[in-house]
Each structure stands twice: as structure tokens, then as C-alpha cells.
Design a protein around this ligand. Sequence first.
Ligand code: HSE
Length: 291
Amino acid sequence: MPTARAPATSANLGSGFDVFGIALSRPADVVRVERAERTTIEVTGAGSQFIPEDPEKNTVGAVADALDAPAHIEIDKGIRPASGLGSSAASAAAAAVALNDLYDRGKSRKELVPIAAKGEAVVSGDAHDDNVAPAILGGFTIATPDGVTQVDADISIVVTLPEIVVSTRDARKVVPRETTVERLVETVGNAATLTAGMYRDDPTLVGRGMKDGIVTPARAKLIDGYDAVREAALEAGATGVTISGAGPGVLAVTHEWNQRAVANAMLDTFEDRGIDARAYQTEIGEGTRLY
Ligand code: HSE
């Protein structure tokens, strides 16, 4: 019975809206697949009570259809849905890799990215690759309509996850439709700086390049305490802070020796506002692993 573990991911990284993504070492989803006449789904683990098991409504149902690979699919959720940590993308990525193996479809990892993205569309209403690409390939990914570029990178990350629900659909509604040339120039500069930082494993450059004056300010309003948490993380030594994906997760880039201090500062700030949160001290990691 093929089993695949797909990591949490963080999309956007501020300046790379709908383009940049990273795989995180922790947390992860585990998916087990078994041949069947028709697709059935069983979900356990974090937030499973909110995830539909109907194949028409679950992200992995669309993946099974796209691969013409009906199966009984067991999903063990390590990643809470509506977290900004690519929860649905992880299930879709793990299912794509496991079903490709189960039915010997012979697709490459890169070919599985758009297939897993079809599953994403079921929940977000939009097929974009910025979570599924790092979930399958690992590292730092740049997903554009012309293809995906992957870079291995070694960067320490803290993600705090407040007990607030922000749906991707709602977070997409607040994205500005227009911007100025000045903002565009600033964003291109930041995105290029971030990319150079990933190649050099340099948290200072990555953190500097995460600045974004277009999408993040609009979305920050949906996350109670975001500005204070960001400020606290930077004061504790984070090199950059932004919203993880569509939120409400908040992502900080740090030096490895500073992870705990940054995590504590972010948690304390949420707690001061009466918001329960948990922190993952993690790093950029590998993609989907098949057992
Ligand atoms: N790039 C997407 C967004 C990721 O920020 O809306 C969430 O699916």
C-alpha cells in the first residue's frame, strides 16, 4: 500500500504572490492509497472534522480523477486546514505521488505538479501551483505559467498559527486589482533579493526580500494582531516577517540560533491579545517522500 508524506508549505513569501513557495520540514500530511473500484476517502487528524470525505469536494478526489486512479485514500492530517500552510496542497501532493506509484503512471515529479494543483482548485476555487510545487519538489520554488524552477535552500523558519480562521477564498477577495509602477519596481527588487538569498542560504537577504507593499497590507487586516506579532518577531531578531500563504499563519525567517526567541516573542504577542496560537520551529525542507 503506497504511503506518501507531503510537507506543509508556505506560499508567496511576501514579494512573490502566487509565485514563490517553500517546503517546511514540519508539519506534514500522510496519505495511504489502495486500489479500489471507485474512489473513497477517509480523513483523520488535525481539523479532520472540517474536511469533506466526498471525493467531489475533497482535494484528493480531483487528483485521483486526473490520474484515472480510483482508490481508497486515507489521509492523516498533520496540517490544520485554513492555516496558510498549504494543508490541501499537502494532501493533493501526497495523493498524486502515491497514486502515480500505485497505478504505475510513470509521471515525473514536475508532471505531477499541475495534477495536484487540480485538487487545490476544488478548495480554493483557483488552480495555482505555489503550494503544490514545493510540497512535491521540496526547497524553494518559483512557479510561473512557463514552468516551475526549484532551488534547494537551507533557511530557518518560525511559523505561528493563531486560532483564527481565514479562508483562502476570502483572502483572495481583498487582493488589490491594480498597483502603481513604484510598487511594481519595489516588488521586483524585493523578489530578486529574496531569490539571491535563497541561492546563498542567507536569511538576511531572504528576510529583506520578503517586503511587500501590495498584497500583504490588504490581507494583514484579516489577521487580528498581525502588525504587533510582526513587530515583536523583528525585535526578537527575525530577518523578515510576512503572512504565510493566505493566512492566518505568520511566517518569520530567522538565524537558526534565534528561532526559539522569535517563536516565543510571536506567541507572547498573540497571547497578550487573548489569541491562542502554536509555533513551529522549522526550516526549508524536502518535498513529498514515498514509502
Ligand atoms: N498564493 C495563494 C494565495 C496561496 O496567497 O492566495 C494560498 O492558496
